[in-house]
Design a protein. Structure first.
Length: 241
Protein backbone atom coordinates (compact mmCIF):
# COMPACT_ATOMS: atom_id res chain seq x y z
CA UNK A 1 0.00 0.00 0.00
CA UNK A 2 1.37 3.43 -0.94
CA UNK A 3 2.05 6.10 1.63
CA UNK A 4 -0.33 8.99 2.16
CA UNK A 5 0.99 12.20 0.64
CA UNK A 6 0.31 15.17 2.92
CA UNK A 7 1.03 18.85 2.28
CA UNK A 8 1.36 21.27 5.19
CA UNK A 9 0.99 25.04 5.25
CA UNK A 10 2.13 26.18 8.69
CA UNK A 11 3.39 29.17 10.61
CA UNK A 12 6.85 27.69 11.08
CA UNK A 13 9.07 24.59 11.11
CA UNK A 14 8.46 23.85 14.81
CA UNK A 15 4.75 23.50 13.98
CA UNK A 16 5.74 20.85 11.43
CA UNK A 17 7.33 18.79 14.21
CA UNK A 18 4.21 19.03 16.41
CA UNK A 19 1.74 18.20 13.63
CA UNK A 20 3.91 15.38 12.31
CA UNK A 21 3.94 13.80 15.79
CA UNK A 22 0.15 14.18 16.10
CA UNK A 23 -0.36 12.51 12.72
CA UNK A 24 1.82 9.60 13.81
CA UNK A 25 -0.44 9.14 16.82
CA UNK A 26 -3.65 9.16 14.78
CA UNK A 27 -3.05 7.72 11.32
CA UNK A 28 -3.07 3.95 10.95
CA UNK A 29 -1.08 4.10 7.71
CA UNK A 30 2.33 5.42 6.73
CA UNK A 31 2.61 8.93 5.34
CA UNK A 32 5.06 11.47 4.00
CA UNK A 33 4.50 15.17 4.68
CA UNK A 34 5.90 18.09 2.70
CA UNK A 35 6.11 21.55 4.22
CA UNK A 36 4.79 23.91 1.53
CA UNK A 37 4.93 27.00 3.74
CA UNK A 38 7.32 28.22 5.04
CA UNK A 39 9.51 27.02 2.17
CA UNK A 40 13.18 27.89 1.87
CA UNK A 41 12.95 28.66 -1.86
CA UNK A 42 10.19 31.25 -1.26
CA UNK A 43 11.56 33.45 1.52
CA UNK A 44 9.34 36.35 0.44
CA UNK A 45 6.38 34.58 2.07
CA UNK A 46 8.07 34.70 5.47
CA UNK A 47 7.20 32.78 8.63
CA UNK A 48 4.40 33.17 11.13
CA UNK A 49 0.73 33.76 10.46
CA UNK A 50 1.63 36.39 7.89
CA UNK A 51 3.28 33.66 5.82
CA UNK A 52 0.15 31.52 6.00
CA UNK A 53 -1.94 34.52 4.95
CA UNK A 54 0.33 35.18 1.96
CA UNK A 55 0.18 31.52 0.91
CA UNK A 56 -3.63 31.62 1.05
CA UNK A 57 -3.71 34.88 -0.91
CA UNK A 58 -1.44 33.36 -3.57
CA UNK A 59 -3.68 30.26 -3.76
CA UNK A 60 -6.70 32.52 -4.20
CA UNK A 61 -5.00 34.42 -7.03
CA UNK A 62 -3.78 31.22 -8.68
CA UNK A 63 -6.93 29.12 -8.60
CA UNK A 64 -10.69 29.62 -8.51
CA UNK A 65 -12.57 26.62 -7.19
CA UNK A 66 -11.97 23.74 -4.82
CA UNK A 67 -8.44 23.38 -3.48
CA UNK A 68 -8.87 19.70 -4.31
CA UNK A 69 -8.66 20.67 -7.99
CA UNK A 70 -5.75 23.13 -7.67
CA UNK A 71 -3.22 21.77 -10.21
CA UNK A 72 -0.32 22.55 -7.85
CA UNK A 73 -1.84 20.33 -5.14
CA UNK A 74 -3.18 17.37 -7.10
CA UNK A 75 -0.23 15.20 -6.05
CA UNK A 76 -1.35 15.25 -2.41
CA UNK A 77 -3.97 13.18 -0.61
CA UNK A 78 -4.43 15.80 2.12
CA UNK A 79 -3.69 19.50 2.64
CA UNK A 80 -3.34 20.72 6.24
CA UNK A 81 -3.45 24.47 6.88
CA UNK A 82 -2.24 25.44 10.34
CA UNK A 83 -2.80 28.58 12.38
CA UNK A 84 -2.21 29.04 16.08
CA UNK A 85 -5.40 30.27 17.71
CA UNK A 86 -3.56 33.17 19.36
CA UNK A 87 -3.64 34.74 15.87
CA UNK A 88 -7.22 35.67 16.80
CA UNK A 89 -5.74 38.42 19.01
CA UNK A 90 -3.72 39.90 16.12
CA UNK A 91 -4.42 42.75 13.70
CA UNK A 92 -3.62 43.01 10.01
CA UNK A 93 -1.77 46.20 10.87
CA UNK A 94 0.71 44.03 12.82
CA UNK A 95 1.99 42.85 9.40
CA UNK A 96 2.30 46.38 8.05
CA UNK A 97 0.29 48.89 6.06
CA UNK A 98 0.35 46.77 2.89
CA UNK A 99 -1.39 43.86 4.64
CA UNK A 100 -3.92 46.22 6.18
CA UNK A 101 -4.74 47.65 2.73
CA UNK A 102 -4.98 44.15 1.22
CA UNK A 103 -7.42 43.12 3.95
CA UNK A 104 -9.74 45.96 3.01
CA UNK A 105 -9.41 45.39 -0.73
CA UNK A 106 -9.93 41.62 -0.53
CA UNK A 107 -12.69 41.93 2.09
CA UNK A 108 -10.97 39.56 4.51
CA UNK A 109 -12.82 38.92 7.74
CA UNK A 110 -11.72 41.14 10.56
CA UNK A 111 -8.97 40.65 13.12
CA UNK A 112 -8.87 40.49 16.08
CA UNK A 113 -11.67 37.94 16.31
CA UNK A 114 -11.09 36.38 19.75
CA UNK A 115 -14.11 35.45 21.85
CA UNK A 116 -14.25 34.71 25.60
CA UNK A 117 -12.38 31.53 26.52
CA UNK A 118 -13.35 28.93 27.61
CA UNK A 119 -14.52 27.47 25.38
CA UNK A 120 -11.64 27.71 22.92
CA UNK A 121 -13.89 26.28 20.21
CA UNK A 122 -15.76 29.57 19.74
CA UNK A 123 -12.62 31.47 18.80
CA UNK A 124 -11.44 28.55 16.64
CA UNK A 125 -14.66 28.73 14.64
CA UNK A 126 -14.19 32.47 14.16
CA UNK A 127 -10.58 31.95 13.05
CA UNK A 128 -11.65 29.28 10.55
CA UNK A 129 -14.00 31.84 9.02
CA UNK A 130 -11.09 34.28 8.73
CA UNK A 131 -9.03 31.57 7.03
CA UNK A 132 -11.86 30.92 4.58
CA UNK A 133 -11.89 34.61 3.67
CA UNK A 134 -8.14 34.55 2.96
CA UNK A 135 -8.63 31.66 0.55
CA UNK A 136 -11.63 33.27 -1.12
CA UNK A 137 -12.45 31.41 -4.34
CA UNK A 138 -9.86 28.72 -3.56
CA UNK A 139 -12.33 26.94 -1.31
CA UNK A 140 -11.29 24.21 1.16
CA UNK A 141 -12.98 20.91 0.36
CA UNK A 142 -12.76 17.20 1.02
CA UNK A 143 -8.97 16.93 1.17
CA UNK A 144 -8.39 20.15 3.16
CA UNK A 145 -8.05 20.13 6.95
CA UNK A 146 -7.54 23.09 9.26
CA UNK A 147 -5.26 22.55 12.27
CA UNK A 148 -6.00 25.24 14.89
CA UNK A 149 -4.25 24.44 18.19
CA UNK A 150 -5.39 26.61 21.10
CA UNK A 151 -3.61 28.77 21.85
CA UNK A 152 -0.60 27.40 19.93
CA UNK A 153 0.91 24.12 18.76
CA UNK A 154 3.26 24.35 21.73
CA UNK A 155 0.22 23.79 23.94
CA UNK A 156 0.01 20.24 22.61
CA UNK A 157 3.67 19.71 23.42
CA UNK A 158 3.19 21.06 26.95
CA UNK A 159 0.21 18.74 27.50
CA UNK A 160 2.35 15.78 26.41
CA UNK A 161 5.50 16.44 28.43
CA UNK A 162 4.25 18.06 31.65
CA UNK A 163 2.67 16.07 34.49
CA UNK A 164 -1.06 16.52 35.21
CA UNK A 165 -1.64 19.40 37.58
CA UNK A 166 1.45 21.34 36.46
CA UNK A 167 0.89 25.09 36.90
CA UNK A 168 1.50 25.76 33.20
CA UNK A 169 -1.44 23.50 32.28
CA UNK A 170 -4.03 25.52 34.22
CA UNK A 171 -6.65 26.71 31.73
CA UNK A 172 -4.27 25.41 29.10
CA UNK A 173 -6.28 26.12 25.92
CA UNK A 174 -7.04 29.69 26.99
CA UNK A 175 -3.52 30.59 28.11
CA UNK A 176 -1.40 32.33 25.45
CA UNK A 177 1.62 31.96 27.74
CA UNK A 178 1.89 28.16 27.62
CA UNK A 179 4.35 27.88 24.73
CA UNK A 180 6.67 30.69 25.86
CA UNK A 181 6.34 29.29 29.38
CA UNK A 182 8.04 26.07 28.29
CA UNK A 183 11.25 28.02 27.68
CA UNK A 184 11.10 29.53 31.19
CA UNK A 185 10.78 26.29 33.15
CA UNK A 186 13.60 25.01 35.38
CA UNK A 187 16.54 23.72 33.38
CA UNK A 188 15.60 20.02 33.52
CA UNK A 189 12.09 20.73 32.19
CA UNK A 190 12.92 23.63 29.87
CA UNK A 191 12.05 23.36 26.17
CA UNK A 192 13.22 26.22 23.97
CA UNK A 193 11.31 26.93 20.78
CA UNK A 194 13.87 25.64 18.32
CA UNK A 195 13.46 23.00 15.62
CA UNK A 196 16.12 20.87 17.31
CA UNK A 197 14.42 20.83 20.72
CA UNK A 198 10.90 20.42 19.34
CA UNK A 199 12.06 17.54 17.12
CA UNK A 200 13.64 15.93 20.16
CA UNK A 201 10.50 16.31 22.32
CA UNK A 202 7.76 15.83 19.72
CA UNK A 203 7.69 12.00 19.92
CA UNK A 204 6.16 12.46 23.38
CA UNK A 205 3.07 13.83 21.62
CA UNK A 206 2.76 10.55 19.73
CA UNK A 207 3.16 8.37 22.80
CA UNK A 208 1.06 10.64 25.08
CA UNK A 209 -1.64 11.51 22.55
CA UNK A 210 -4.47 10.38 24.82
CA UNK A 211 -3.23 12.78 27.49
CA UNK A 212 -2.96 15.58 24.92
CA UNK A 213 -6.56 15.03 23.83
CA UNK A 214 -7.77 15.04 27.41
CA UNK A 215 -6.19 18.45 28.02
CA UNK A 216 -6.77 19.99 24.59
CA UNK A 217 -10.17 19.83 22.94
CA UNK A 218 -8.69 21.06 19.66
CA UNK A 219 -6.40 18.03 19.50
CA UNK A 220 -9.42 15.78 19.86
CA UNK A 221 -11.31 17.71 17.17
CA UNK A 222 -8.28 17.53 14.87
CA UNK A 223 -8.20 13.74 15.23
CA UNK A 224 -11.92 13.30 14.60
CA UNK A 225 -11.94 15.42 11.46
CA UNK A 226 -8.67 13.93 10.20
CA UNK A 227 -10.11 10.42 10.35
CA UNK A 228 -13.11 11.51 8.26
CA UNK A 229 -10.73 12.92 5.61
CA UNK A 230 -8.43 9.92 5.36
CA UNK A 231 -9.89 6.54 4.54
CA UNK A 232 -8.43 3.72 6.65
CA UNK A 233 -6.30 1.16 4.82
CA UNK A 234 -8.25 -1.80 3.46
CA UNK A 235 -8.30 -4.85 5.70
CA UNK A 236 -6.27 -7.76 4.48
CA UNK A 237 -8.27 -10.78 3.50
CA UNK A 238 -7.65 -13.89 5.53
CA UNK A 239 -5.83 -16.55 3.50
CA UNK A 240 -8.10 -19.20 2.09
CA UNK A 241 -7.56 -22.72 3.29
Amino acid sequence: MSELRIALVAEGPTDYEIINAALRAVLPQAFVMKLLQPEATQPRMGNGWGGVLKWCHAARARHAGSLDSDPTLVGFDLLIIHLDVDVAWSRYADLGQEAEAMAREANWHGLPCALPCPPAADTCARLATVLNSWLGRAAPCGRTLYCLPAQSSGTWLAAAVLPPGHALLAGVECNVGVEPGLALLPKKERIKKTVREYRLQAPRITTEWVKVKQACSQASDFEQILLTKVAPPPAKEAPRV
